[in-house]
Design a protein around this ligand. Structure first.
Ligand SMILES: Nc1ncnc2c1ncn2[C@@H]1O[C@H](COP(=O)(O)OP(=O)(O)OP(=O)(O)O)[C@@H](O)[C@H]1O
Length: 485
């Protein structure tokens, strides 16, 4: 293989005739003497990535005693980690790259060369732009730190939706251990999960824990409470809206929960409350991995793992035709039944301990203890609202008993829900209270009684009370913001 003479006087110092033809050896050759002296390393190769020229300082750096012996050899044998064969193969320049060499890094540029007549790749040149990154260390360090901060911020943002992990699902009764075993199984798989259980049993806690322990744990966890979204907005909520999709629609596009959960997990709470028309679209999104925003006729691909939850008897709903059987089978791949609190009363003690710890953390006050007698009293209650209700009861007990350090049975009695009305003396005249307060209390009692009568099933409770589900949810949300004091 002939060695190119960089001082060849025939070289025409013309720039490539046209950019379409690319850089030719003839055009670059006059620069070789400059590379010879000014670059720590410069090489050229032919169309087979064999070395045609190497400057002296590169030979010294690589420890090559006789430069002539290197000419004609495959460049990869002479220069470790070189990407010249790639440049020759695909004809694409690598304008800036960091190449590892022993314990330091070299910043290199690689350019393909084209044959003047045929335009085909005839070889490539490469030269070291920087051989000493030391002066750039502060800059590189700052860049790396920013990169790390960005990655951490992205991870935190993605995790924003998920607050709980497996350890937050409290309990050690056999039924809870089985729930956790299945949840770990679910985390290791990519299949849909169906969580069945009454209200307040911890279905959302579990869904977040499954997401967190799954390979998608660093991506978004997006929750939608199907029952809380008015029916006519559900489709937009799930699949998004393009600007001007309907009268009054936003001018800006709005992403649906499916798009927001792309790469992560979508938690569909109260999935049994989904209208049949939306069920059909949900099924399509799950089967095809595609969604169509409202007002658009373009489909978008999404990669979403679905965890659905319900307190409804989906099988009965399928039988009566209010839930699509195909959607049911799609969701019911891995089913976990979350037991109600009354079936795991053995966990009451540890649940109280944990909840009291959390309440203290949230309020900044010292942690209250609970006596064995008080826990025994809790055993007698039916807990239709499950752990949410237990938390509410403990919170109210603390609110009703200022500076309470130990919760004993008497303190608890006053806060336990569903007290028999006879407990109030009929002879005493009730103090006059503001109308708003009386109405709020009546509303609270009506909600609690309806929920108790329906064993926490919110749809049935809403029907019983004659109000839309979304209104029931609004009222419940307000109640949980403002504990009864
Ligand atoms: N096993 C558990 N350990 C600790 N806390 C729990 C557990 N289960 C539920 N909780 C607490 O109870 C409350 C209700 O839990 P969550 O929202 O997960 O219930 P849910 O079954 O999804 O209710 P719903 O069906 O009404 O949406 C939350 O405050 C949660 O922290």
């Amino acid at each position: 293989m002939p060695r190119v003479d960089p001082s060849d006087s025939d070289a025409k110092a013309t720039l490539p005739g046209s950019l379409g033809e690319g850089l030719t050896l003839e055009a670059i050759r006059p620069l070789f003497p400059l590379f010879e002296h000014a670059s720590t390393g410069a090489i050229s190769v032919d169309a087979e990535a064999r070395l045609t020229w190497i400057n002296d300082s590169y030979c010294r750096l690589l420890g090559i005693e006789d430069p002539a012996s290197a000419i004609g050899r495959p460049v990869a044998e002479v220069v470790p980690h070189t990407r010249m064969p790639e440049v020759v193969r695909n004809g694409r320049p690598i304008l800036l790259d960091i190449m590892e060499f022993e314990d330091h890094q070299l910043v290199v540029m690689r350019l393909p060369l084209h044959d003047r007549k045929s335009g085909k790749i005839s070889g490539a040149v490469a030269f070291i732009v920087f051989d000493d990154l030391e002066p750039l260390t502060p800059l590189i360090g700052k860049y790396r730190r920013l990169q790390n901060d960005l990655a951490a911020a992205r991870r935190a943002l993605a995790k924003r939706g998920a607050r709980y992990d497996m350890g937050d699902f409290i309990g050690a009764s056999p039924s809870v251990l089985e729930v956790k075993r299945r949840a770990r199984l679910a985390a290791a798989r990519a299949t849909p999960v169906l969580l069945l259980g009454e209200t307040g049993t911890g279905k959302e806690v579990l869904a977040q824990a499954i997401h967190g322990a799954s390979p998608r744990g660093d991506s978004s966890f997006v929750a939608v409470n199907v029952a809380a979204v008015p029916e006519n907005l559900l489709e937009a909520e799930f699949f998004g809206v393009v600007p001007g999709a309907f009268t009054g629609a936003d001018r800006r596009p709005r992403q649906g929960k499916f798009q927001l959960a792309d790469g992560g997990t979508l938690f569909l709470d109260e999935v049994g409350d989904m209208p049949l028309a939306v069920q059909a679209k949900l099924l399509r999104a799950l089967q095809e991995g595609e969604v169509e925003p409202l007002g658009s006729n373009e489909v978008k691909r999404v990669d979403v793992r679905v965890i659905a939850a319900t307190s409804c008897d989906l099988e009965a709903m399928v039988a009566e035709g209010s839930f699509r059987s195909d959607l049911y089978y799609r969701l019911n791949v891995l089913r976990i039944r979350v037991p109600p609190l009354r079936e795991r009363l053995a966990d009451l003690g540890i649940l109280c301990e944990t909840i009291l710890g959390k309440l203290a953390q949230e309020s900044g006050e010292s942690r209250a203890e609970i006596t064995n007698e008080a826990v025994m009293l809790l055993h007698q209650h039916d807990w239709p609202g499950n752990i949410r209700e237990l938390r509410n009861t403990l919170e109210q007990t603390l609110a009703l008993n200022e500076a309470c350090h130990v919760i004993d049975a008497p303190e608890l009695l006053a806060a336990l829900p569903y007290q028999p009305l006879e407990r109030h003396s009929r002879t005493t005249v009730a103090p006059i209270r503001a109308m708003a307060e009386v109405v709020a209390e009546a509303e609270r009692t009506a909600l609690q009684n309806a929920l108790a009568a329906c064993r926490g099933n919110k749809s049935r409770a809403a029907r019983l009370l004659g109000i839309p589900r979304s209104v029931l949810y609004e009222k419940l949300a307000k109640l949980s913001e403002k504990p009864d004091t």
